[in-house]
Design a protein around this ligand. Structure first.
Ligand SMILES: [Zn+2]
Length: 233
């Protein structure tokens, strides 16, 4: 058998390996597993961002508590000042009232913000719980499906090993140059070889000029000008 015929025989097995590999990669169980893995990652990322938000809210709450006690101190100082220096004029009264109003205003503002933070925290707690429940469900589904997929994969992987061994044995006697050429064409199209069918390329149906046909018949390795496949006569 010539090199091209040997290579053609090798291709038969290589195509079987290729097809089974593709079947494994496109298994619906595998696709579903990948999808579940993605959604688990998404849920983890969501939980992380909520945790970060909660941490930021805790920091802000602490700052607000400090600000509130500062204002309370100012209020006490103001009361002390009023007791020591009671207002002697309407201007004094106005001054004390303005200061008290400023402090009360700030306290109101802080109080409002603290309430808002509490509300957000409650809402985030609920979201966190919902996401955790969903994540547990997804994880369970993932684990169950993984067991099923592993059984399916094991069977197919054994078959794949068997086919690979056959393909490998068919490489024997083939010139490495031919194998390299085959692999290079395989990067562009699979299968990389085609037979002549009625004077045309069996891969893309383009007709060959008679000079090219003669070359092919003589056993020279010729690549189809249209699809790039290596042609076997
Ligand atoms: Zn072609």
């Amino acid at each position: 058998m010539g090199q091209l015929e040997l290579l053609w025989e090798y291709q038969q097995s290589d195509v079987e390996v290729y097809n089974l590999n593709r079947l494994i990669k496109r298994s619906p169980k595998r696709m579903k597993l990948l999808k579940l893995r993605d959604s688990l990652k998404e849920q983890q990322a969501l939980l992380k961002s909520i945790e970060d938000e909660v941490l930021a809210m805790v920091d802000r709450s602490d700052a607000l508590k400090d600000a509130v006690s500062l204002m309370e101190d100012q209020l006490k100082q103001l009361q002390g000042r009023i007791q020591e220096n009671p207002a002697a004029s309407s201007m004094d009264v106005q001054g004390y009232m303005d200061e008290a109003a400023r402090i009360a205003g700030s306290l109101d503002e802080y109080d409002q913000e603290i309430r808002n933070i509490r509300r957000s925290a409650t809402e985030r707690d609920k979201r966190q719980r919902d996401i955790k429940v969903r994540a547990i469900r997804s994880k369970q589904e993932f684990d169950d499906l993984r067991v099923e997929y592993e059984i399916e994969y094991k069977e197919k992987a054994e078959e794949l090993e068997r086919l690979r061994a056959i393909a490998k044995s068919k490489m024997e006697g083939i010139d490495p140059e031919y194998l390299e050429r085959y692999e290079a064409i395989k990067q562009r199209c699979m299968p990389p070889m085609a037979k002549i069918v009625d004077g045309q390329c069996g891969g893309c149906n383009m007709g060959f000029p008679s000079s090219v046909l003669r070359d092919i018949k003589s056993g020279r390795p010729v690549e189809c000008e249209t699809c790039g496949r290596l042609i076997v006569g």
